[in-house]
Write a protein that binds this ligand. Structure first.
Ligand code: UDX
Length: 453
């Protein structure tokens, strides 16, 4: 538990209410707790973590008053309400804590470091008002940032949304990204504008913690250090550093593990598009027939509500269930890390969310890449073109899908890709060992925090 200098020193971690952000934030909390710090997790009532899974933390719920706002309908509005509603509550709480610290003559409780999710930008104002150090935590890839920062310029040049004729062309100054890999290339300019507006709220923290690994994103991390001119600590993959209890908002269907136990090694395709992506009825049908026609066993997560206009799998095409009987399992939510670690899983068909990407790399599982939006488009390009452990799904059509699955599960192409994936897994493990890049970066982060107490 640290070396004594950290013992009980308070860190306040402010999480955002999205699964892909909450999970790595809780993992970061576990890692810093193992270094000796005392951890408070500040979270919204919406999508609260389960405190009984983390008796080592103190939890501080904030009342978000979200009833009337749908994050997927208007993300900026959602973030604005989130930040406005939470600001005074956190400031009042910390002011009280500091006052108690002063009254008790307890130096430690007067010097709190706040680590916050980048979406929770209000924290920097609170930190500045109370003269406390703040650090941003980023749970997306580092490679996403240059693309994101370039969006306003591309927008001003009239290059967004991207014209069909440009999709396959390389974006000048963003090699190896093509226009189709830009975040928000397919969505409306409105969403792109909303995202820029959000970025403007993010002020100057004292440092950035990134859930990534130096060998994966070395050159972009170097560029980002020059750009931000503050320390950047690349301490991932946090899913490996903190192998703790479930952090899922939805109930994990653990029965799928005994189903996997009955399958042949490296024979199963695991399909999951994360906690936010949605699809329409025809995309559901193409996915279903692609899986059926591949003739391979599959484990398919269809999140409740993720198929537009339905509660769960009411729109599955007629005849599908009979055709795949005994060969496939459709479930609402999986224990993903356990699934990816299972010997029967040979390929992960993913939307390339950054957590899913890191979890797949950590287990040496090659991927079929079907990005949905944002950083996933960039992650997919790196997986397929730079790291060469992913196959881009060109179209969501049953023939293309069945072909991609068989290329990776049956053909030699899949074996070669698996070899590369396994060597990446080894490198990722090495980064966490004594002397490895993430191991060192974490120690540097601890020193950085201590220097501010
Ligand atoms: C979002 C963004 O989409 C992502 O790109 C960004 O980097 C972080 O926030 P999300 O879309 O949910 O997250 O994807 P991802 O980052 O992959 O996170 C999903 C998490 O849910 C993973 O940790 C995964 O293990 C977990 N999961 C997913 C399950 O536990 N069970 C499932 O069935 C599906």
């Amino acid at each position: 538990m640290g070396d004594g200098r950290t013992r009980g020193k308070p860190l306040v971690l402010v999480a955002s209410p999205f699964q892909g952000h909450m999970t790595p934030m809780l993992q970061l909390g576990s890692v810093l707790h193992s270094k000796g710090f005392s951890i408070t997790i500040v979270h919204t009532k919406l999508n609260s973590p389960d405190p009984s899974n983390h008796p080592e933390f103190t939890f501080l719920p904030l009342f978000d008053n979200f009833l009337a706002i749908d994050a997927s309908a208007n993300f900026t509005k959602f973030c604005e309400v989130l930040n406005n509603n939470c600001k005074m509550q956190l400031q009042d709480h910390l002011t009280r804590k500091i006052k108690e610290g002063k009254e008790a003559n307890d130096e430690m409780n007067q010097r709190i470091t706040i680590i916050h999710d980048n979406i929770m930008y209000f924290v920097e104002e609170v930190a500045s008002n109370l003269n406390l150090p703040s650090i941003v935590f980023r749970s997306s890839s580092a490679s996403y940032m240059p693309a994101f920062l370039a969006l306003p310029k591309l927008h001003a040049q009239g290059q967004l949304p991207v014209q069909d004729s440009m999709l396959q062309k390389l974006v000048p100054e963003l090699y190896p990204l093509r226009y189709k890999d830009l975040p928000f290339n397919k969505t409306s300019t409105e969403l792109a504008k909303e995202m820029f507006a959000l970025a403007e709220h993010i002020r100057a923290p004292s440092a950035i913690i990134w859930n990534t690994i130096d060998f994966l994103e070395h050159s972009v991390l170097t560029k980002l250090r020059q750009h931000y001119k503050i320390p950047i600590f690349a301490i991932g993959p946090l899913n490996e550093m903190a192998r703790g209890p479930s952090t899922s908002f939805l109930k994990e269907d653990t029965d799928c593990i005994s189903w996997l136990d009955k399958q042949a090694p490296k024979s199963v395709i695991y399909v999951s598009l994360g906690s936010l992506a949605t699809m329409n009825e025809s995309e559901l049908a193409e996915t279903a027939w692609g899986l059926a026609n591949s003739k391979q066993p599959f484990l398919w997560v269809v999140r409740p509500g993720s198929v537009n206009g339905s509660e769960w799998i009411e729109f599955l095409p007629e005849g599908f269930t009979e055709q795949v009987k005994g060969r496939g399992l459709v479930l609402k939510w999986a224990p993903q890390k356990e699934v990816l670690a299972h010997y029967a899983v040979g390929v992960f068909w993913s939307h390339c969310g950054w957590n899913s990407t890191l979890e797949s790399i950590s287990e040496g599982v090659p991927m079929i890449c079907q990005p949905w939006m944002g950083d996933q488009c960039v992650n997919s390009r790196y997986l397929c073109y730079v790291w060469k452990v992913g196959l881009e799904l060109e179209n969501l059509e049953r023939k293309v899908i069945a072909n991609a699955i068989r290329r990776l599960l049956v053909d030699d192409e899949g074996k070669e890709m698996r070899q590369r994936a396994i060597s990446m897994k080894e490198k990722a493990k090495y980064a966490l060992c004594k002397g490895g890049s993430s191991f060192n970066s974490l120690n540097n982060l601890v020193e950085f925090i201590l220097a501010r107490f």
